[in-house]
Design a protein around this ligand. Structure first.
Ligand code: GLA
Length: 485
């Protein structure tokens, strides 16, 4: 699609939206804003309002979901039992326990939304690029168990670019000779470990590594969507990363429909950006991203540099209204354990968690250090990312240049995750005011999610002393009920 065509598509979608409701997601995002997903003053509203989930068939396109007010949530979301979502939510994913227990009619377990909480897993690209093989993937899956990743909630083992080897005479995708027993056998192995398998493709003739890296067998799915989706389903694939690269944006909805038609719940992660001048974040993309995919990249590729992490954090910071159960902004995979300092790695993980970002490790799990393992498996930080409300946190205060206070409403009553983020070159004290969090100004308990310790009860505010340069203090703040006046 040329720039002019994209402009035309945007215009026609906008016109159609006025007449026909072309996009439901904008309205939903606005509704979430009003419900407190963004404005601190209104954030307490989330203490009782949780996204509701109605019934649906596994892998069905007939998805019926509604907010407590009966307003339609974005379509395009498969409803299916999801082991990850269920585990993360401790039962009925997408429904806050408090909200569910207050409503007798919701006593029966609700079906889970596929991707109700951000996906957790591992992806081959950051460390291995095109050097993927069945032996690598099996050993990484084994490491998911032996290094405590599965126990911490990580499920997906995702093979990025370079797994394919052209097409056979019938036009069906072939896997590379590096996968000698084949994808179905690999999927069986992965499933046998309680994990799920993901693959990469593109809405183009050639994959990104083929276009830019000379990986000749890297054929794309453009024009083969039905065949390829059927192959993925037959092989037992659970996750598809679909990357624009030099392809066609119109192909994202085509693949969504082809995946749905298979009847297999396959989490759908897209990169609608062209990697250059047109990144297509939900605030400006001509595509209605939440109606198409469970997650969408919002920026150019991450790398091991701190500056690239800050770039993605800043690009994602104002996109919070587009996130919710089943559809999340994706600031890219994790670079933890790939050379940065422990302070920077803790900051990276904390920011991804408070932004409700996918947690897809990109390091070699087999030989990661104990320190890296402790960061990636921090249950209290993961719980923030996986909170069933699915709200993306945002900056609520900037006490000084390069010092930020991030807040994310959590399920439960008057509870917030807070990241005190020091982007500066020197350590600094950072103060957080309860009013900035949308909490009552009285007493609140404060827990440190990295030291795993209760810091006590504080009235009105808390100050973290000497937050490390490029570091964070991450807290859970819970307002105490006001006493009798
Ligand atoms: C693009 C994506 C990366 C990776 C490569 C594979 O650059 O953004 O995440 O998938 O393609 O070629």
């Amino acid at each position: 699609m040329t720039k002019t065509e994209q402009g035309r598509f945007a215009l026609s979608c906008f016109t159609a939206a006025l007449a026909l409701g072309c996009s439901t997601s904008t309205k939903t995002s606005d509704a979430r804003l009003a419900e407190g997903a963004s404005a601190p003053a209104a954030a307490a509203a989330t203490d009782t309002a949780a996204p509701g989930v109605n019934g649906g068939q596994a892998g069905s396109s007939a998805v019926v979901m509604s907010s407590p007010a009966g307003e339609a949530l974005p379509g395009g979301l498969a409803v299916a039992p999801s082991s990850q979502a269920s585990a993360a939510a401790g039962g009925a994913a997408g429904v806050a326990p408090d909200a569910a227990s207050r409503d007798a009619s919701s006593a029966a377990p609700a079906p889970a939304i596929l991707g109700a909480t951000p996906p957790m897993g591992w992806n081959s690209w950051n460390t291995f690029g095109c050097n993927v093989s069945e032996a690598l993937i099996r050993s990484m899956a084994d490491a998911m168990l032996s290094r405590g990743m599965r126990a911490a909630g990580y499920r997906y083992v995702n093979i990025d670019d370079c797994w394919m080897n052209g097409r056979d005479a019938d036009g069906k995708l072939r896997w590379s000779d590096n996968f000698p027993t084949g994808m179905p056998a690999l999927a069986d192995y992965i499933h046998g470990l309680g994990l799920e398998l993901g693959l990469y493709e593109v809405p183009a003739d050639r994959t990104c590594a083929s276009t830019y890296g000379g990986y000749a067998p890297g054929v794309g799915s453009l024009g083969h969507e039905t065949d390829d989706a059927n192959s993925f389903a037959e092989w037992g694939i659970d996750y598809l990363k679909y990357d624009l690269c030099r392809g066609q944006r119109s192909g994202f909805a085509v693949m969504r429909d082809a995946l749905r038609a298979t009847g297999r719940p396959i989490l759908y992660s897209i990169n609608p950006g062209n990697g250059q001048d047109d990144l297509c974040p939900p605030s400006s993309c001509a595509l209605d991203l939440p109606s198409i995919a469970n997650l969408w990249r919002i920026g150019f590729d991450i790398d091991t540099q701190w500056s690239s992490w800050l770039r993605l954090i800043d690009e994602n910071a104002n996109l919070y209204a587009f996130a919710g159960p089943g559809h999340f902004n994706d600031p890219d995979m994790l670079e933890i354990g790939r050379g940065a300092s422990a302070d920077e790695d803790r900051a990276h993980f904390s920011l991804w968690a408070i932004m409700a970002a996918p947690l897809l490790a990109g390091n070699d799990l087999r030989n990661m250090s104990a320190a890296t393992q402790a960061i990636l498996t921090n249950a209290e930080v993961i719980a923030v990312d996986q909170d069933p409300l699915g709200i993306q946190g945002r900056v609520v205060a900037t006490p000084a240049a390069n010092l930020q206070v991030w807040s994310k409403p959590l399920s439960g009553t008057n509870a917030r995750a807070v990241v005190l983020f020091n982007r500066s070159a020197a350590s600094a004290d950072i103060n957080v005011q309860w009013t900035a969090l949308g909490l009552p100004g009285g007493a609140a308990t404060v827990r440190d999610l990295w030291s795993h310790s209760d810091l006590g009860s504080f009235t009105g505010s808390y100050t973290a002393q000497a937050v490390a340069s490029h570091g964070v203090v991450m807290l859970k703040v819970a307002a105490l009920p006001a006493g009798p006046s």
